[in-house]
Design a protein around this ligand. Structure first.
Ligand code: MN
Length: 201
């Protein structure tokens, strides 16, 4: 069994100039591949070797640093590749826009809150858009490869959108300009995928 490095739905250069091909290649084939292999090595011949990644995360022993980092890294990047796209597929639907307006007041208010969570995450980490149990959306951030599915993380709900703000995600092209990378990321979001994740939650 074991987890497999997901294939991208587009080529490494497809997101240029927002994300350059070299960054995409290293990020996917080295970083994500590393998390995937390390996760598989951590669970081989244990009770977890046929568990879903969601179940591994939900039941995680937070003191198990190896599993925490690599199960998180596997899941987080899988989501990340799914929610970005080189294709402008008609933008955000009315359903999704209504939901964002209800949760944040306006699309701009959501954008500000999400961008701020990403920009102010100290060091390496992620910013998330999550669906809460009451159906509303919330924005939060986590450090390192943590994510909202982990126990007692203080960042609740089910993630439907995430942005990687580790330097490996942007440094070749943006160096210290994380804010510019986040701004470019906002233009890559595949809202159809995000909406489907919301609907299937
Ligand atoms: Mn990454």
């Amino acid at each position: 069994m074991g987890f497999k490095l997901p294939k991208l739905n587009f080529s490494y250069d497809a997101l240029e100039p927002s994300i350059d091909a070299r960054t995409m290649e290293i990020h996917h084939s080295k970083h994500h591949n590393g998390y995937t292999n390390n996760l598989n090595n951590a669970i081989i011949d244990t009770d977890l070797d046929s568990a879903s990644i969601e179940s591994i995360l939900a039941n995680l022993d937070m003191n198990n640093k190896g599993l925490r980092n690599n199960a998180g890294g596997y899941y987080n990047h899988k989501l990340f590749w799914e929610v970005i796209s080189p294709v402008d597929n008609d933008g955000i639907s009315d359903t999704m826009l209504d939901l964002i307006n209800t949760s944040f007041g306006s699309f701009d208010a959501f954008k500000d809150k999400f961008s701020k969570a990403a920009a102010t995450q100290f060091g390496s980490g992620w910013a998330w858009l999550c669906v809460m149990d009451n159906g509303k959306l919330e924005v939060c951030g986590t450090a390192n490869q943590d994510n909202p599915l982990m126990p007692n993380i203080g960042c609740g709900g089910t993630p439907i959108l995430g942005v990687d703000v580790w330097e490996h995600a942007y440094y070749l092209n943006y160096q210290n300009r994380r804010v510019d990378y986040i701004s470019a990321f906002m233009g890559l979001i595949n809202w159809k995928v995000v909406e489907n994740k919301y609907l299937s939650k």
